[in-house]
Design a protein around this ligand. Structure first.
Ligand code: SAM
Ligand code: SF4
Ligand code: SF4
Length: 340
């Protein structure tokens, strides 16, 4: 029986951030000039990550997603995939990436047993990519998508954060790009998470507007039945091609949330918006047994009541979750530390 929280939500999906470093500076995630990085000595090694993942698997976690920061910056990441693959009960290992290092890494990730990838792609315009990420690397991301297909992976999902005034004019072209390649693209509403210091309601492109625009360009859109607790609502166009919307801001989906997040330094967050995480590194390095760690994790999850995005939605006024100074004092608030 999987461990359940106070709302009856099981502990099923674990996102493991393997680094807080990134080779891009997306304006919706890392817009500041300076960051406080996690101390290197505190970053879990692969053996430690695997030990914790094994304990989580014993409590019902069956899916792991590797993320960051940019997970492909972590040296030897295929070795970690291989180690996690051997854990009984883990049925899927996925990875979310900006794709820049994929051309080189895709075959190694495949050989290591990685099941699937999600690639972030916010624009098809090289100049806009440069303005949005502070790097001139759109070509690498696009080559990365091809490399995933050539390496024999199932078609990767593409994730696009839409921001009004930045890339909402590309809804149609991004979707056409995905359709032509047989890929499923998910539009993500801009979220007021830690790190998004430039967030405002006026920059959110809501799900309703995305659906209207898609219908206008591609014809009638029908919703697809949800089959799991994944965050995206899926839709098909008249020709059967599908896409998704992750409406975290205007239509939060906390009710079925079975996700939690482990940072690269071993802090476990029960919600993307949670102010604090449970430190698992200290007890692990202090020699606690798997059973002791298991008891800690189980106790925490069974008291979980978090519904962060829903709580944010109820707030009368809404702005960024944290300011630049708060983020420098507490880097664990950052999306690139928690893993998206
Ligand atoms: N670097 C990898 C990438 O970009 O795919 C993985 C880590 S990134 C933090 C994971 C996801 O979080 C990405 O899809 C990114 O677009 C999303 N993300 C970051 N900040 C966001 C925000 N303010 N609103 C919505 N999504 C955000
Ligand atoms: Fe962009 Fe991902 Fe890096 Fe954040 S962690 S700056 S979303 S590439
Ligand atoms: Fe889950 Fe928190 Fe996101 Fe809601 S806001 S879906 S509870 S992680």
């Amino acid at each position: 029986m999987p461990t359940k929280d106070l709302h009856g939500r099981p502990l099923k999906s674990l996102r493991i951030s393997v680094t807080d470093r990134c080779n891009l500076r997306c304006r919706y995630c890392m817009p500041e000039a300076h960051y406080t990085w996690l101390p290197r000595a505190e970053i879990l090694n692969f053996e430690e990550v695997t030990q914790l993942a094994r304990v989580f698997a014993g409590l019902g976690v069956d899916k792991i997603r590797l993320t960051g920061g940019e997970p492909l910056l972590r040296r030897g990441i295929p070795d970690l995939v291989q180690m996690l693959k051997e854990i009984p009960g883990i049925v899927e290992i996925a990875l979310t990436t900006n794709g820049i290092l994929l051309e080189e890494m895709a075959p190694h990730l495949r050989a290591a047993g990685l099941d699937r990838l999600t690639i972030s792609l916010d624009t098809l315009d090289p100049l806009r990519f440069q303005r949005l990420t502070q790097q001139d690397k759109l070509t690498q991301t696009l080559s990365g998508i091809d490399a995933v297909l050539s390496a024999g992976f199932p078609p990767p999902k593409l994730d696009t954060v839409l921001i009004r005034g930045t890339n909402e004019d590309e809804i149609e072209s991004l979707l056409a790009f995905a359709f032509e390649r047989g890929l499923e693209l998910r539009f993500i509403e801009y979220m007021d998470v830690g790190g998004a210091t430039q967030w405002s309601w006026s920059k959110v492109v809501p799900r309703t507007e995305i659906l209207e625009r898609v219908a206008k360009r591609f014809g009638p859109v029908s919703p697809l039945q949800k089959t799991d607790n994944a965050p995206a609502d899926r839709f098909t166009c008249a020709d059967g091609k599908s896409f998704g919307i992750i409406a975290s801001t205007t239509r939060p989906f906390c009710g079925g949330c079975d996700r939690s997040r482990l940072t690269a330094d071993g802090k476990w967050f029960l919600c993307l918006y949670a102010p604090e995480g449970l430190d698992l590194r200290r007890p692990l390095r202090g020699g606690e047994t798997p059973d002791q760690l298991r008891a800690r994790i189980q106790a925490s999850w069974s008291e979980r009541a978090d519904r962060g995005a829903e709580d944010r939605q109820k707030a009368r006024t809404r702005g960024p979750l944290a300011g630049p100074a708060d983020l420098r004092d507490n880097p664990h608030l950052e999306m690139h530390t928690r893993g998206g």
